[in-house]
Design a binder for this molecule. Sequence first.
Ligand SMILES: O=C(O)CCC(=O)C(=O)O
Ligand SMILES: [Fe+2]
Length: 378
Amino acid sequence: MGRGGGKPGAQSARGRKQTWQEWLDDYEAASECISKHNVEERCTDAGGLTRISNFLPEFVAEGILSVLKSIPDSKWNETSAREDYRQNNISHSFASVKQAKGLDAVIRLFTLVRPEGLHAFSAAKYCKRDHIAPHDDRAYTQVQLDSGRVITTSRDLAIIYYLTKDWKEEYGGVLVDLEDAAAGPSGRRYVPQWNSVVAFKVPRYHAVTPLATDRPRYSIFGWFLLPGKRYPLYTGDDLEEHKQRTLRAKHGQQPERKGKAAEEGEEGVEEEEEDGGDEQEVQAAPRSRAGAAGSSGRAGQPASKRHHGAEPEVVNSSNERHINRHAAAADAAAGDAAMVVTSVQAGSRGRSMHPEPSGGSVVRLPGRWQGRRKHMCI
Ligand SMILES: O=C(O)CCC(=O)C(=O)O
Ligand SMILES: [Fe+2]
């Protein structure tokens, strides 16, 4: 995607219209736009999930869509699995990618929702029949900080940005929030709306209905991560039992209180100290069994790369001391953007991983983006 190739949009300081690429590089413009949405506040105020329309200037949304559309088929990593509670898999299929031409700047933009947060974002493409069965996004992500120390983090805030023009309910691909108490057990349906964001606190049960159209459903999706184990993970029989119990409790019915998972409840948060790592625990952490059965990845890809349980994700941290200060000023993290390699351990949702190799390099960033924590996509 060449510089200056997009349609001009916002007026720059010098009076000339900015291209979408220039806007993405314009830290002040991007930062002002994202911060004015108060995503986290709105999410909390709305009971844990919010939708925000017209999230970005129209010309920027168009530019981002062109980035996703220009990603060749060969770059998209297909991930799918059949339902298998014992293997910690939930039924899902779609394609995702973390690194592609122009995607770095797009992902960097979304990191401004929580400027000092560790994060893991990707682009997604759903085609006909693609879907995700009910799941709550729980997962632990192993993060290797600049120092080389590895910490365990938990997904904390999910963000999905939709690039679906004129999407209709009958196309499928509807996000169903299963924890909206007012909506009842069938859930509240969010037809993916062009240039909108849905944000929610993890864990929260939700699903994506199967696509019934030949149109691709494009989105940017990911999570902000917090250090520590913020919730228990459920596997095997406990996974289904936990889902049933949570949804029954949400919708006013008496939850069944039995089994180990019920006793653990939601309170079991193990928070890692900001400075004290827990490498022992990281190394001892069980690998997910997700994807071991019924999983079908890209042809020719080794099974280990299709495995949903331990795929590396790559995020960047400019300063590991700031990992807990996600609300700090955006430019507080001065210094080199250094790579942080993460891998994800399956949560109580089989499709938590994204089958992409790790790696990355430090890229020079324009203007005040320089020195900011940067998400590297490989
Ligand atoms: O794309 C969506 O609407 C939701 C995606 C999702 O639930 C996920 O990626 O975990
Ligand atoms: Fe999800």
